[in-house]
Ligand binder design. Structure first.
Ligand code: PHB
Length: 389
C-alpha cells in the first residue's frame, strides 16, 4: 500500500470513529414540562421529585447514552406549554416530551408531538380523550372514567342511592361526571343535581350550599390534585358530614400530598383510585421510603407515581432501541410495556397507548398517627372505559 493511500484510509477510519463517538456521546434529552408555580404547583413538585428519584436509582446513562432531564415550568397555562414544547423540540432537539400537569396542556402539545414524531409521555393529565389527540402520546397516569366507574359500582351497594355530583368544569371533571352518572344510574342510583365549578380560583361555598339544600345521601366530587383540601375544609365547616351527606369521589380529593393536613374530619371518606401511598407491596414500600428520604419527608402522591413510571417507560424504550432513540422506534418500544409499579401491576395497552391498571377502593384511616387512604377492595386490570375501541 502506498503511503498516501494508507494515510487517507486511516483518516477516513479516524473520522468514522470520531463520528461514531460523537453520536454515542450525544445526550438523550427528556423535556419535562410541568406546572412548577401556580395552582397546580404541587403536581410539578411531585413529578419532578419522582423523575429525579428514578434517575438517581437507575443511573443517568442508558444504553451508552447520557440522559439529560430538562425541566420547564409552564405555570399550567396551555399556550405556555405549547411554546415551551416547540422550543424544546426545535432548539434543544429533545428525544421525548414528558410531564403535562393538566389536560389543556397535554392537548396543546399533541400537534407538536405528531408533527415532529416525538413521543409525548403524559404523566399527570387524565381526560380519556388525550391519547387520541396524537399517535405519539403514551399515558402513565390514569383516566377519570377508569376511577369514576368503580365508585359508581361501590356507592349504591353501600347505602348511597341519591347523589349530587360536583366537578371542575373542564375535561377530567366532565369525564368524571359523565362516567360516574351513567354507571350510577345504571346501578339504580339517582343523580339529583350535577354542579360544575370553574378550574381557576374556584369558590366552593355557593355550590356546597346547593348540595346541602338538596339533601343527598352522598356528594361525588372531582377536583384536580391540589384542590382537594379546600373542598374538604368547606365540606366539614358547613357540617355536611354531620348532616348525613357522605363525601365520595375519585382519589384526587384525598390526595396524599395534602391528606395528612386535612384533619380527622377526613376519616371515613371513601374514594376510588389507582394509587395510595399506603399500597401494601414491597415495591411501594421501597418507593415511598426512598422518595421521602430524598425529599425531606414529602409523601408521594398519585402524580409522583405517574412521573416515576413514566421515566421507567422512557428508560426501557431507550434500552430496547439500544440507545438509538428515534421517535417511532421509541414509541414502538413504549407500547405494550408491562411491569410492577409502586401502584401494582401496570400495562401500556399497545392499541390505545393508555394505561391498564388496578383501581382500588380506599377509606381514609389513621395509621400510626397519620391519615392514609387504606385500600380495602380492588378491581383488577381496568382499561379506560372511555375508549370505544
Ligand atoms: C387533568 O387536568 O387532566 C387532571 C389534573 C389533575 C388531576 C386529574 C386530572 O388530579
Amino acid at each position: 500500500m502506498n503511503k498516501r493511500l494508507f494515510l487517507s484510509t486511516s483518516a477516513v477510519a479516524v473520522s468514522v470513529l470520531c463520528a461514531g463517538a460523537a453520536l454515542a456521546a450525544e445526550p438523550f434529552k427528556i423535556g419535562l414540562i410541568l406546572p412548577m408555580t401556580g395552582q397546580q404547583a404541587s403536581t410539578g413538585r411531585q413529578i419532578e421529585a419522582a423523575a429525579r428519584l428514578y434517575m438517581a436509582q437507575n443511573g443517568d446513562t442508558v444504553a451508552g447514552r447520557k440522559v439529560e432531564l430538562i425541566v420547564k415550568d409552564d405555570t399550567s397555562v396551555p399556550d405556555v406549554t405549547k411554546r415551551i414544547a416547540q422550543e424544546l423540540v426545535v432548539n434543544d432537539k429533545v428525544n421525548v416530551l414528558a410531564g403535562f400537569g393538566i389536560t389543556p396542556s397535554a392537548l396543546a402539545t399533541a400537534p407538536i408531538a405528531t408533527q415532529s414524531k416525538t413521543p409525548q409521555v403524559v404523566m399527570a393529565a387524565a381526560t380519556s380523550s388525550i391519547t387520541q389527540a396524537s399517535p405519539y402520546i403514551v399515558r402513565t397516569s390514569f383516566t377519570l372514567p377508569q376511577a369514576s366507574v368503580s365508585m359508581a359500582d361501590w356507592a349504591p351497594k353501600n347505602g348511597i342511592k341519591k347523589v349530587v355530583t360536583l366537578v371542575s368544569d373542564y375535561g377530567p371533571g366532565i369525564d368524571a361526571e359523565k362516567f360516574f352518572k351513567d354507571r350510577f344510574m345504571f346501578n339504580g342510583g339517582t343523580v339529583v343535581e350535577s354542579l360544575r365549578v370553574p378550574l381557576r380560583n374556584p369558590d366552593f361555598a355557593p355550590f356546597l350550599q346547593k348540595v346541602r339544600d338538596a339533601k343527598p345521601d352522598g356528594l361525588f366530587v372531582f377536583v384536580p390534585s391540589g384542590a382537594g383540601a379546600a373542598v374538604m375544609k368547606q365540606f366539614l365547616e358547613r357540617g355536611m358530614d354531620k348532616a348525613g351527606i357522605k363525601l365520595i369521589g375519585t382519589g384526587d380529593i384525598t390526595d396524599d400530598d395534602q391528606l395528612n393536613d386535612m384533619g380527622d374530619g377526613a376519616i371515613g371518606v371513601v374514594t376510588s383510585h389507582h394509587y395510595s401511598a399506603s399500597h401494601d407491596s414491597a415495591a411501594n414500600k421501597k418507593f415511598v421510603e426512598a422518595f421521602q428520604k430524598a425529599n425531606k419527608g414529602m409523601r408521594p402522591n398519585f402524580m409522583a407515581v405517574g412521573g416515576y413510571d413514566g421515566m421507567r417507560v422512557i428508560y426501557e424504550a431507550l434500552k430496547t432501541t439500544k440507545g438509538q432513540g428515534g421517535g417511532d422506534a421509541l414509541l414502538a418500544a413504549m407500547k405494550g410495556q408491562l411491569f410492577e409499579s409502586p401502584r401494582g401491576p401496570m400495562f401500556i395497552d399497545a392499541q390505545t397507548r393508555d394505561v391498564v391498571q388496578n383501581i382500588y377502593l380506599r377509606k381514609v384511616e389513621k395509621v400510626n398517627g397519620q391519615l392514609y387512604n387504606q385500600e380495602f377492595d380492588v378491581i383488577k386490570d381496568v382499561k379506560d372505559p372511555g375508549k370505544t375501541r
